[in-house]
Each structure stands twice: as C-alpha cells, then as structure tokens.
Ligand binder design. Sequence first.
Ligand code: ARG
Length: 616
Amino acid sequence: MTDLKRTLGEAAAAAFAELGVPEHLGRVTPSDRPDLADFQSNGAMAGAKLAGKPPREIAQGVVERLASNPALQSVEIAGLGFINMRVSGQALSQRANDIAADPRRGASEVEASRRVIVDYAGPNVAKPMHVGHLRASIIGEAVKRIYRFRGDVVLGDAHFGDWGFQMGLLIVASMDEFPFIRALMERLVSAPGGFSEADSQRVLDELPNHITLADLDRMYPQAAAKAKTDPDYRDRARRATAELQGGRFGYRLLWRHFVNVSRVALEREFHALGIDFDLWKGESDADPLIAGMVAELADKGLLVEDQGARVVHVAKPGETKKKKLDDGSVVVVPSPDPLLVVSSEGSAMYGTTDLATILDRRRSFDPALILYCVDQRQSEHFEQVFRAAYLAGYAEPGGLEHIGFGTMNGPDGKPFKTREGGVLKLHDLIEMVRDKARSRLEEVQAAGFGEQLSPEEFEDTAMKVAVAALKFADLSNYRGTSYIFDLDRFSSFEGKTGPYVLYQAVRCKSVLRKAAAENVHPSRVTVKEPAERDLVLLLDAFDTAVTEAYDKKAPNFIAEHVFKLAQAYSKFYAACPILTAEDDAVRGSRLRLVAATLGQLELALDLLGIETPDRM
Ligand code: ARG
C-alpha cells in the first residue's frame, strides 16, 4: 500500500528521467501552500541547472507528462518552476477506502526486519526515580512500539540498576539498623555446610516481614547522604559492594530481597503507566560474564592500569578536552574519559556492567541494533561504552545507539523536583496527574459535554486521561528538547494536549455507536467537501510520520501527526453532517471516514503508549 506522496513521487521521478534529469529530483512533498496545492515538487530548479535549461522549461515538461495522471486533478507551474499538484477526488477516495480496510491504517513496513533491543527506563533498586527515568520510560516505550510496528523483532529491557554502590549502601544501612540482619550476615559469610536452598528460601520468605519497601525508601536516602559526609561509612559501603559482587553468601541473599521488593513496586507503577518490559534484566545479570570479559580485554591489550584501577582508553589521538582540577588549574585530557572497568576495590562499575550486558545480549539474542533510551546527561558514558565495545569487537560499528533526551523541568527551569525539593516518586507523580485528570473530567461533565459514566468507568477514564496528558506532553516535543512540566496546560482539553486528542477519538467512537444504534452502516468513501479532502490527506500522511519517527527515533513525529489528524477530524465534524446527512451514500461514506480516522488515531496513540477510553 503506497501513500499519495510516494505514488506522485514515482510519477514525477519518471517524468524527470524522461527529460534526462536525475529522477531523485522528482521528490514530492506536501505543499507548504495548502491553499494552492496538496503536494509540490521543487526539483525543476536543480534539474535545470544540471541540464543547462531554464527551470520553467523543465517544469513544463514534467507538467505535460503528469497532466493525464488520474491521481491528479491539476498540475501547474508556480513561480520560478515549482510544480504544484492537486490530487483528484477519485484518488483521495480510493486512498481513504484502502486505509479504512487496512489493519495498518496506511503505514508501511521495513524492507528487512532486524533484531533490536530497546534498553529503557533503567530504574534502580531503592533509589527513587527522577524525571530522567520518567522520560526514559515514556520515550523508550514509544520507540519500542514504533520499531515493532515497523516490523523489527524487538525486545524492551528495563536494565534494572541492581548491582552498583547503592546495594552496598543498603547492606550497610540494614546491618546497622537491624541487629538480627547483622548477626545473619556475619554467620552467612559463605554458604555454610548444611545450609540448603530451602534454608535460603526460608530467609528470603522471612525478610519481607522485617525490611519493607518503605524501609528501603527511607534507608537509601539516609545512607546516601551519610556516605557523602562520612568517609568511613562510604568505605564500608564500597567494601560491601565489592563483597556482594565477589559472591559473599549472606549479602547475596539480602540483595535478592532488596531486588524483589523494589521490582514488585516498580512493575506495578510502570504497568499503571502502560509501560511493560519484555525483559526485566538487571545489571547483575551481566555479572557472570565480567571475569571472562576482563580477561579478554586484558588479552587484547585494551585494559590499562590507572591508579590501582583498570580502564580502557577510548579517545583517539588528538581527541581532547579541558578539565578543571580541584586546585582550580586546567589541564588537557583525552576525551572521552577512559572507561573504568575495574575499580581499585575490585568492583564492577556502571560501564563494566553495560559492556558485559552487550556481550550477554549478543549471546542470547544477537541484536543488529541496541537503542539506549537514557538521559542526554549520560552521553559521555555511552560514548565510552560504545567505543570500548567496538574496540573489543563486541558489536558492529553503528550497532549501538544512545537515544538521549533533555529534561522535564520545573517552573524554575531546572530538572523537575517535588515541592519539598526531593526527587520525584513515580507513584506520587501518577497520583498528582490522576487527581488533575479527575477534576478536568468533572469540569467537562459539569459543562454538559461529557457522557454519563459509572464510578468505575470514571476512574478508568481518568487514568487514561492522566496517562495521555503526561505522555503526550512529553512526546510532542522533540526528545532532545527540555520542557517545563505544566500540569494545567497538559491536562487541558484544548490545545495540543493528550486530553484533546483523546476527546476527538472519543467523539469518533460516539458517532459510530450512534450509527450502529440507528442501523446506519459505513459504505464506500467518496471525497467531496474540502474538510473531507483535508482529513484524507492527513490520513495519507501517516506513513511519513511513522517512518520519520522510526528513522530519527523520535516519537514526536507521530504525536504531531495525531494532533493534526485530531484537528482535521474536528473541522470535518463541524463542517460535514454525518448521521444527519440527507443522502444514504454520503452518510455511509462519512461514517467510513470516521471509522478510518478512529482506527488511525487509536493505532497512532497506541504507538505512543496511550490508550483511548470509550467514553468521557
Ligand atoms: N540505572 C541507570 C540510571 O539510573 C540508567 C540505566 C540506563 N541503561 C543503561 N544500559 N545504562 O542512571
């Protein structure tokens, strides 16, 4: 199924080729003067230069060749040699009927499917999520869905942060707070003889009665703060981290418990946001590969001693940056920094687990591409890891890509914090947005626009409106740009918002319900009215939006499309009576347009991870 842009582009390319002009110049784009044309081709100017002829002469040749094309109602030259095309009603009608019948709603698939891993969200055990994690989750989920929809074989992996220093902090904090944990840890340095799997399980079953999620939430920030001011405490936590990674039996048990508790809570919250992972692997899953990897890096001569630690140098000769030292002096150092593989305590670092995870993924899935959907502020980290992986031969050049993004900021322009100045808890954010959605829905109902909802349906709809508000606000910006969290604006039913587009989709649903009740059925689309034309032209543009979102790993192209489509529907709804149209054929045609619009809106919203309620 080809969109009009491509159909016309191919016709124009053939005409250019006949005139002896390179056919890629025949590229057709949506017109930037919709009042004059639907599509335009600007190739005559460049073509004329190559052919040594006046642009209007080339354009004239193209126009003559396109004049009889049944997809076109008119084709004209404008200005210096722009070619303006107006699509015929017949071609638009045909396209609308095709889209209505197509489960993919007019979107194409990739030519060759690849295996892709999307590494996103990246929550950590016990550490509260910050806005970076929220954006990583929202954007990553959309990128995963878009890749899958285009036909790749995609796995989304949460890459749970379960192996770093925070684990050592939690171990030390719980030993200090709970004497029985300390006693247990001292007893279970290594697996004692006679201590069976069942005994371990008994300990794991018992621990939730003592250390709960609330304890972790409380202990981690305290311990992290203490480690900043108390070097002894920090050293103990570092040693505990190294011992955990070294396999100290009791620590591993306790760690398992921390991981379980955090994961259950996180999964529930992600799920509420419509974010679900295929794999919930942790940094720790790479652990068994680390020793072998370190040995191999050393064999390859890539591992270098550096003040007791071991690193891989990744900067090429001449790649440098200026660095300010503690004493204020400035030195020139290689850039990016070397990748720290083994710390001086012998611990695996963030980069170590990322590198080993690449190996793990290669063995288990052999992806052609891994996309890391992570805060832009980690770009140097990924540059280091990717370069090390390429040097070590763990991935094909270009097979690793950092999908970075800006921050969601507070009114002060700095990364969003809670009113108390703390990091954001996902749970609290969801509650806040949901409260807002409830009051917005109540406003709509009070104004008499809403439908009658049962209390359960009201709650379900409020949650969907909340998710749409949050995700659409995020995804309608190009991911690289930062934006300000403005709940009032995000949750409004007017403007470029999630609730606005949901509202248009819900209007489609209500028309279709009413039609079914009145026994009116959709039938062949015949496009006549300007508002119908505009709506179909937008339906036609879906493929371009999806392809651009895919190529640029940028869901905002789809969000933009959704918004324009919702607007076009709203205009169509106002200009073209549907169920009250006089003529049966017109009623059926418009009804099918409504169904096609709804189908595409819901599909596109689903690619953004947004669900549409039935009524509101
Ligand atoms: N857990 C990390 C953090 O909180 C993010 C993980 C991103 N993914 C990765 N493969 N490093 O910063």
